[in-house]
Design a protein around this ligand. Structure first.
Ligand SMILES: [Zn+2]
Length: 212
């Protein structure tokens, strides 16, 4: 199996977009443990049944279950060229287990200040009629409170975009990710990317790293 890449990035940092570009550039399929868990539960596999119990009781799915899923995934034929891990590993034991089963050549951590993420996420709103997406700072309506595309005057803001929710998600992310970043840094695998730039600029920094 060729070497894999691990991608870290806080919610709202454009990780999904960058993951898509890495998949295109490297041909390494993206592996999201969240998606795999949901699929395993739906398919009713043994791991899925075990995971379901934890998910329904609101608990964290144990490392062994997650690692079991990854072990299965690595056996698929399309994994031979390496994978792009997104949302995994989340704990040091998971990272240690990954080290045993698949070589990782690079860990890319997209860094964005919490303040800019709060600004990015919390300023979003959409037109209630046509769904056009706006932002208080980055993409305001050309004429205040009138939708550019349909002339609508009603707008929606997502409840989970509230500042408090975003800050809670960010602090959970940092709590989980900092030990992993240090762990990978000590192995010389961590590459920090400044995510405070346009999608294209961040994408170019990542491409430069991958092509080095
Ligand atoms: Zn509209």
């Amino acid at each position: 199996m060729d070497s894999s890449i691990v991608l870290f990035g806080p919610p709202g940092a454009g990780k999904g977009t960058q993951a898509g570009r890495i998949v295109q550039a490297t041909g390494k399929p993206q592996v999201s443990t969240g998606d795999m868990l949901r699929a395993a539960v739906e398919e009713g596999t043994e791991l899925g049944r075990i995971a379901k119990g934890y998910m329904e009781s609101g608990g964290l799915v144990p490392d062994e279950v997650i690692i079991g899923l990854i072990k299965e995934r690595i056996k698929q034929p399309d994994a031979s060229g390496g994978l792009l891990f997104d949302g995994f590993p989340r704990t040091i034991p998971q990272a240690e287990a990954l080290e045993e089963i698949a070589p990782v050549s690079m860990v890319i951590a997209i860094h964005v200040e919490d303040e800019s993420i709060v600004e990015r996420i919390c300023g979003r709103f959409t037109c209630a009629s046509c769904g056009e997406v706006y932002h208080d700072v980055f993409r305001p309506c050309k004429i205040d409170s009138i939708c550019d595309s349909c002339g609508g005057i009603e707008f929606k803001r997502r409840a989970d975009d509230s500042e408090q929710t975003v800050r809670a998600r960010l602090s959970a992310y940092h709590e989980q990710t900092s030990p992993l970043e240090s762990w990978y840094e000590s192995k010389g695998l961590l590459q920090r990317i400044d995510g405070n730039h346009s999608i294209d600029q961040v994408g170019n920094s990542i491409s430069n790293l991958i092509n080095e």
